[in-house]
Design a protein around this ligand. Structure first.
Ligand code: ZN
Length: 149
C-alpha cells in the first residue's frame, strides 16, 4: 500500500465499488455498506438492509453503474483531519484512532472515506459486471462483481 504504483487492475474494482455503493443506497434507503474485499480480478461488497437484495434487478444495477462509469467523472483523493472530514462524509466505519482521513470524491456523484487505491477517472474502470448476489446472514447480502476492458 501507498507504494504510488498501481498494478494493472488496481483501483478499477475499488472505484467501481464506490459507484455500486451509491447505487445500492439509492435502491434501499436503509442500506448500510459493510465489508468489501478485492482479489486480482473480482470484488465483493456486503450490505445490510431489510430489503431482500436478491430481488434487485442485477441487470439494471449493472447498467446504472456503467452509466456513471461512462460519464468519465474525475476521482479526487484528499486527506483531511478527522474533525473536518466528518462534516462531509460518514465516518462510522473509520476507527476512532484514525485522525487523518482519506476521502475519495467521485466528482458530482459520491464522496466517502476509503484507504484503498482508486483510479483517477471513472473512464479507467472499464465495463462493470455483477456476477451475483447471495444472502450472507440476517439482513446481510453479498454482491460479487468484476470489471472488464
Ligand atoms: Zn474505496
Amino acid at each position: 500500500m501507498n507504494s504510488g504504483t498501481l498494478k494493472p487492475n488496481e483501483g478499477r474494482l475499488q472505484t467501481a465499488e464506490h459507484i455500486l455503493c451509491k447505487v445500492l443506497e439509492g435502491r434501499a434507503n436503509d442500506a448500510v455498506m459493510g465489508i468489501s474485499k478485492f482479489k486480482e480480478d473480482s470484488g465483493l461488497l456486503e450490505i445490510t438492509t431489510a430489503a431482500d437484495a436478491r430481488t434487485f434487478d442485477l441487470g439494471a444495477l449493472q447498467d446504472e453503474v456503467n452509466a456513471v462509469i461512462s460519464k468519465g467523472l474525475p476521482v479526487h483523493k484528499t486527506v483531511k483531519k478527522r474533525e473536518d472530514a466528518e462534516k462531509e462524509v460518514d465516518l462510522r466505519k473509520v476507527p476512532q484512532s484514525v485522525t487523518e482521513v482519506m476521502i475519495v470524491d467521485i466528482e458530482r456523484f459520491d464522496k466517502r472515506p476509503c484507504r484503498d487505491p482508486h483510479v483517477g477517472n471513472t473512464s479507467q474502470i472499464g465495463k462493470f459486471v455483477i456476477r451475483g448476489v447471495e444472502k450472507a446472514g440476517s439482513n446481510r447480502y453479498r454482491f460479487t462483481f468484476k470489471v472488464e476492458f
